[in-house]
Design a protein around this ligand. Structure first.
Ligand SMILES: [Zn+2]
Ligand SMILES: [Zn+2]
Length: 285
């Protein structure tokens, strides 16, 4: 009984077609697979889907649903939330579920949106130009936008909640134990706890070697557990071989913290299921 709702395909920056991901997921005996390419954006973006591709993307997933019956297949998108520009609500009527993620914070004077999880040089450039080098203000704005999404355009799943830490290797910009940082993240989690949404535990940073802990990290997960916020386990796979990368270690971490349940989309409904079933399945495929 395990699943993955965060997977990318050729329709965006994923490295395989939809069918190859589906076949690999069947091989791995996943019970549920969600496809979630990056949604189109109303400005040029080299890792997003083109808007004229959306219909064929959705049709192709529909074909897969009809072809494979040993596993439930769901139609999703990872949608950027950019205030006043785009968000999950724009696409949810076409989908089984949405992942809402923040990849952009504010804009340069040219109108170009500042990408916070792209290259480190772009990150440093925006930090300097848009926030006068003030990392506290930049990170605070990132979490403010996240809260705006939770309140005004709630997705089914909150994508990689603390992704901004990808820029902070070696604590070069801030310390995740700083009180201002923890305050922002906790405030965001408090708000999430009041809304009907799920936090994904995303293993991509760890298997890419870019972060030491999953998104969100250890102490945030402890707080999520305390607040009883529901979670899913996702790998943000950009290749079929990444479908369950980092799952075993991360499940052990979640169990160590105390989590006993994880959410799953079954017959179109989000339900909780015991975590130990997933772990047994991973260890004894
Ligand atoms: Zn993302
Ligand atoms: Zn993603």
């Amino acid at each position: 009984m395990f699943s993955n709702y965060h997977t990318h395909t050729h329709y965006c920056d994923g490295k395989s077609d939809i069918q190859s991901i589906v076949i690999k997921a069947v091989e791995l005996k996943l019970t549920t697979l969600g496809i979630s390419s990056h949604a189109p954006l109303p400005f040029p973006c080299d890792w997003c889907m083109n808007s004229d591709q959306l219909d064929s993307y959705l049709d192709e997933i529909e074909v897969m649903k009809g072809r494979f019956h040993s596993m439930e297949i769901y139609k999703g998108l990872e949608v950027d939330f950019i205030p006043q520009i785009t968000g999950p609500a724009q696409f949810k009527h076409k989908l089984d579920y949405t992942i809402g993620s923040i990849h952009f914070v504010e804009q340069f004077q040219s109108g170009k949106h500042w990408e916070i999880d792209g290259s480190h040089s772009v990150f440093l450039e925006g930090l300097k130009i848009i926030f006068s080098g003030n990392i506290k203000e930049a990170v605070t704005r990132y979490y403010e936008i996240t809260r705006e999404m939770v309140k005004s355009d709630t997705p089914d799943i909150i994508g990689h909640l603390d992704k901004i830490k990808i820029q902070n290797f070696g604590n070069s910009l801030f310390d995740e134990h700083d009180s201002w940082y923890q305050h922002e993240l906790r405030k965001t989690l408090d708000l999430i706890a009041q809304h009907n949404t799920i936090i994904e535990v995303n293993t991509r940073g760890t298997y890419q070697g870019k972060t030491k802990e999953p998104y969100p990290g250890y102490w945030a997960l402890e707080y999520i557990y305390k607040k009883k916020i529901p979670i899913v386990l996702n790998s943000d796979a950009h290749h079929p071989d990444q479908l369950i990368r980092g799952f075993t270690e991360t499940l052990q971490l979640l169990q160590k913290i105390g989590f006993t349940e994880i959410m799953t989309l079954t017959d179109g409904q989000w339900k909780s299921q015991p975590i130990n079933h997933i772990n047994e399945r991973l260890l004894n495929p």
